[in-house]
Design a protein around this ligand. Structure first.
Ligand code: PHE
Length: 351
């Protein structure tokens, strides 16, 4: 009966049950569809009565199905919303956080120290030609110093017929700066350099910061003051001890290598190299070479397009990776480039 159909629809408690009721009543084989088909066979008087009754029944069932469907969907949505409630008082899961790599951090620290001393930043290409990397720096083709650089060469020459290589130092930026901006000059040039070499204190790719000052009347005293001032600022201590040794670079004359005293004791790994002040000759201490420097050779000033009788200058090149190691107490340079998050967080460079 109609009452029964309506109460079954009202009692359906999920959408699947409701759908099977729709098929049962209104589907092709459905009971109400069946009733509609019988109308044709009735005589006109009976049809006048039965027609509206059956159509009315179909309408009532259709409406009841729609109403029940809406009610069930609303209930389902309410249930989902209730179950998906977010408890804003719960602590958030901790997300891993990145941080600045020690090399980048030290590069930034050094750039800041030099900016305070009035140095601008210059750059040059990592893929260099042998003229800028060697020849212009007073290392002609057969110069023995070229062999000391363990250079990575490219198989092809460039359009000017020059051999191409990965720069072995940032010193070619000295030449590029002089040619590009003329004198006077006060720049640093930070960047990657490459040599075929690897052990605890050498990696095939490493970082240098070149410094170049060209002006009138520049002498060794300016160089010494600059190096002392920047190393004290960088290590944040006045008691660091430098050792200046006479050395040789084809592009400086005279040339000086600078060592800094560091301690081998303590530190996170038991024996980290760390600058703690004091001489490298003190007990538990040693010296580490941190930079090469000197007065710019007149041939180099001339190769840069300047008159060496008018302009003088000094230059230096420091190993950024070693400076990082000595400030933060790390003992193996190679770990800088392993990308091991455990190592980075051990030294406080990652969350
Ligand atoms: N280019 C030298 C090196 O890589 C360092 C240096 C730079 C020395 C400038 C003197 C002057 O070893």
């Amino acid at each position: 009966t109609g009452q029964e159909a309506l109460s079954r629809i009202a009692g359906a408690d999920d959408l699947d049950t409701l759908e099977s009721l729709r098929v049962e009543f209104l589907g092709k084989q459905g009971s109400i569809s069946g009733l509609l088909k019988t109308l044709g066979k009735l005589d006109p008087e009976e049809r006048k009565v039965e027609g509206p009754r059956i159509h009315g029944l179909r309408e009532a069932v259709t409406e009841a199905l729609a109403a029940r469907k809406a009610a069930l969907e609303t209930a389902a949505l309410d249930a989902r919303l209730a179950s998906e409630t977010i408890d804003l008082s719960l602590p958030a899961p901790e997300a891993p956080r990145g941080s600045v790599h020690p090399i980048s951090q030290v590069m930034d620290e050094l750039a800041e120290v030099f900016a305070d001393m009035g140095f601008a930043v210059a750059t040059g290409p990592e893929i260099e030609d042998e003229w800028h990397n060697f020849t212009a720096l007073n290392m002609p083709e057969s110069h023995p110093a070229r062999a000391m650089h363990d250079t990575f060469y490219f198989p092809d020459r460039n359009d000017e017929g020059r051999e191409m290589l990965l720069r072995t130092h940032t010193s070619p930026v000295q030449i590029r700066s002089m040619i590009k901006q003329g004198a006077p000059i006060r720049v640093i040039a930070p960047g990657r350099v490459y040599r075929s070499d690897s052990d605890a204190t050498h990696t095939p790719m490493f970082h240098q910061i070149e410094g170049l000052v060209i002006d009138k009347g520049i002498h060794l005293g300016h160089l010494k003051w600059t190096l002392e001032t920047f190393l004290k600022a960088y290590f944040e201590r006045d008691d660091i001890v430098l050792r200046l040794r006479p050395s040789y670079f084809p592009f400086t004359e005279p040339s000086i290598e600078v060592d800094v005293g560091y301690s081998n004791e303590g530190g996170p790994n038991g024996s980290s190299r760390r600058v703690v002040g004091g001489s490298g000759d003190a007990p538990g201490h040693a010296w580490m070479e941190v930079l090469g420097s000197g007065m710019v050779n007149r041939h180099v000033i001339a190769a840069g397009g300047l008159d060496p009788d008018e302009w003088q200058g000094f230059a230096f090149g420091t190993g950024v990776d070693r400076l990082a190691m000595l400030k933060y107490g790390m003992d193996d340079l190679r770990a800088f480039f392993d990308g091991d998050v455990r190592w980075l967080s051990h030294y406080g460079f990652s969350a």
